[in-house]
Each structure stands twice: as structure tokens, then as C-alpha cells.
Design a protein around this ligand. Structure first.
Ligand code: KG4
Ligand code: ZN
Length: 328
């Protein structure tokens, strides 16, 4: 048996634990989602999130260890940022206790690096340098990745993140939280009939801006109550994906990566996946994205990123803190 890393993820509204062997073989991945609890508030309520993590993490771990002796774990990897501080602290405290009790290394993982590593759970052929677009509920980052752990941030959102924009437009359309997957499904039944503006930031910038798009959709809906939600969804999704693709094309031309990766919850979006496959064909660059179960928050991706740090001996001290705005 190879090295098995225990991954723990509690940065937002999913409590997740996983056992991953050698950074790629997922032995077991468990996720307890709190989405139903937060839905009536239209978003994640931090205090409710922390309390729920605390309630479910031990039963989840018990289930994880029901057919795998915890004494065989080589190290414990845990998300220490970015995320909600109270939520992060639950996972961190449990990880530290296990590290101390089992006398195994503690490894701190950046949640965004975890999303990127979701790709390496399944990509048999990682190639660098790579261009990575990480699109989640909190981030929209275009990254030039020279190798494991070597990231250059080319651009990021200056206001709302892509996933946040999906969720806010969902509110305008009276859809439950999180609206991303629902807008994706609605779009497949509609037509992109309406032209919503894509923010053009200053020449040369790889940054994104989505707050104008969200406002444009809101104003359109107020003025056109008869428009079909399916068509509005398709038009919005088209505009948002176009903005992501435009900056990616620009980076492809200027950086000539050997591979393109998508990561984060919005990487589950069918239109974005389709457009990235087209980009790959047009630029003759292989494209990879995680399977749907590893796009949104999970602990297998944290264990995969943790394995890479484990090999380098990059262990964390037992007083590791939580960092809500941790950068890559
Ligand atoms: O990565 P993630 O699970 O959590 C964060 O780290 O933020 O991403 C969650 C985000 C939510 O905003 C959700 O609406 C969006 O990902 N999302 C999608 C899709 N599936 C999830 N957005 C568009 N299309 C989807 N199919
Ligand atoms: Zn995430």
C-alpha cells in the first residue's frame, strides 16, 4: 500500500473527509452538505456553518474509519484558508488532534490549491506549464502554473466571483441557493436571445468583473417580466462564459501553456466545459477538468494537495491558524 493521506475540508458549507492513496487513488470520499440549512437565508450563514461542521465531523470520520484503520494514515491534510474562520477552525482543531494522537504530520492546505489538485486525482498526464482557471463561489482566478506549488496569478475578479454571480442572478430569477447548477440546467432549455454586457477592463488586464452583468440581468428582468427564465438563464450564462473565455484566450496567446485546467465549483458548468474543450481544439492544447463530484468542495482534493506537500516534507506546526483570506 502507498501513502494514505486523510483530507479534511470545512471551509464553507460542506463538511468533507477523504482517504487518498499517493495523491490520486481515492479510497473513500465523504461529504455532508449543509446547503438545505442555509437555503432559506439565500446564502451561507457563518455561525450556522461552524455549528453544523462540529456536529457532523465526528460521525463522518467514524464512517471513514469503519473499514480503514486510522493507524495506517501517513499524514492529515486540512484546509486552513481561505474560507469562513469559524468553519475552518473546526476542521483545523480536529486535524490537529488526530495529528497529535496518531503522531503523524499535520499539513495545511490552501483551499484554492485543493481545487486545482482535484484535476490531478484523475489526470494521468499532468503537464506544465499550465493555464488554470479557478472559478468558485468566492474566487475567479486565472493562474499560470509552472509546476506543483508554483503559481503566478495573472488575473482575478475585481468584484463578484463567477459562482457568486450565478447565485445572485439566481436570486433575481427566484431560484434556490446555490443557483449555479439550476441556471446550468435551465439554460439547456433556453436560447441566448438577450445580449448582456461583458465588462471590458483596461487593455492588457487579465482581471474579471461580474457585478455589472448581475445588475444588467436584474434591470432586464424588471423591464421584461414576460421574458422566459430559460432564455434569461441561457443569455446570462453565455455572457459570463464569454468573459471567462476571452481572458483565457488572451493568456493562451501570451503564455503558450502546455495544458489547460479548469477548477472550482463553476468548473461543473456544462457551457464552460464545452467552450474550454473548443479552446483546446482551436489552440491544440490538451484540456482537463475534474469530474463533477470533484469540482465542488470535497476533501479528496485537499488530500491530493496535501500529498504533494507531504512528499516535500512541508509540515505545519500544531499551532497552525486559520486564514480567511489566504492567498495562493
Ligand atoms: O467550489 P465551490 O463548491 O465552493 C467554493 O469554494 O466557493 O463552488 C460553489 C459555487 C456556487 O456558487 C455554485 O452556484 C457554483 O459553484 N456551481 C455552478 C455549477 N455547479 C456549482 N455554477 C455554474 N454551473 C454549475 N453547473
Ligand atoms: Zn471551493
Amino acid at each position: 500500500m502507498g501513502k494514505v493521506i486523510l483530507g479534511i475540508e470545512t471551509s464553507c458549507d460542506e463538511t468533507a473527509v477523504a482517504l487518498v492513496e499517493d495523491g490520486k487513488h481515492v479510497l473513500k470520499s465523504l461529504i455532508s452538505s449543509q446547503i438545505d440549512l442555509h437555503r432559506k437565508f439565500g446564502g451561507v450563514v457563518p455561525e450556522i456553518a461552524s455549528r453544523k461542521h462540529l456536529e457532523v465531523i465526528f460521525p463522518l470520520l467514524e464512517e471513514l474509519f469503519s473499514d480503514f484503520p486510522k493507524e495506517k494514515i501517513a499524514a492529515v491534510a486540512v484546509t486552513y484558508g481561505p474560507g469562513l474562520v469559524g468553519a475552518l477552525l473546526v476542521g483545523l482543531s480536529v486535524a490537529k488532534s488526530l495529528s497529535y494522537a496518531l503522531n503523524i504530520p499535520l499539513i495545511g492546505v490552501n483551499h484554492m490549491e485543493g481545487h486545482i489538485f482535484a484535476n490531478f486525482l484523475e489526470d494521468p498526464n499532468p503537464v506544465f506549464p499550465a493555464l488554470v482557471l479557478v472559478v468558485s463561489g468566492g474566487h475567479t482566478d486565472l493562474i499560470f502554473m509552472r509546476g506543483f506549488g508554483d503559481y503566478e496569478l495573472l488575473g482575478e475578479t475585481i468584484d463578484d466571483a463567477a459562482g457568486e454571480c450565478f447565485d445572485k442572478v439566481g436570486r433575481v430569477l427566484n431560484l434556490p441557493y446555490p443557483a449555479g447548477p439550476i441556471i446550468d440546467r435551465l439554460s439547456s432549455k433556453g436560447k441566448p436571445l438577450y445580449k448582456f454586457p461583458v465588462a471590458r477592463l483596461k487593455e492588457g488586464s487579465y482581471n474579471f468583473s461580474f457585478s455589472g452583468l448581475k445588475t444588467a440581468v436584474r434591470i432586464f428582468c424588471e423591464k421584461n417580466p414576460q421574458a422566459r427564465a430559460e432564455d434569461i438563464a441561457a443569455s446570462f450564462q453565455e455572457a459570463l462564459v464569454k468573459a471567462l473565455v476571452e481572458k483565457t484566450v488572451k493568456a493562451l496567446k501570451n503564455y503558450q501553456p502546455a495544458k489547460i485546467y479548469l477548477a472550482g465549483g463553476v468548473a461543473a458548468n456544462s457551457k464552460l466545459r464545452e467552450e474550454f474543450l473548443n479552446l483546446g481544439k482551436a489552440f491544440k492544447v490538451p484540456v482537463h477538468f475534474p469530474s463533477l463530484q470533484y469540482c465542488t468542495d470535497n476533501a479528496a482534493m485537499i488530500a491530493a494537495a496535501g500529498y504533494h506537500r507531504y512528499l516535500l516534507g512541508k509540515y505545519a506546526p500544531l499551532n497552525l491558524n486559520a486564514y480567511p483570506s489566504l492567498m495562493l
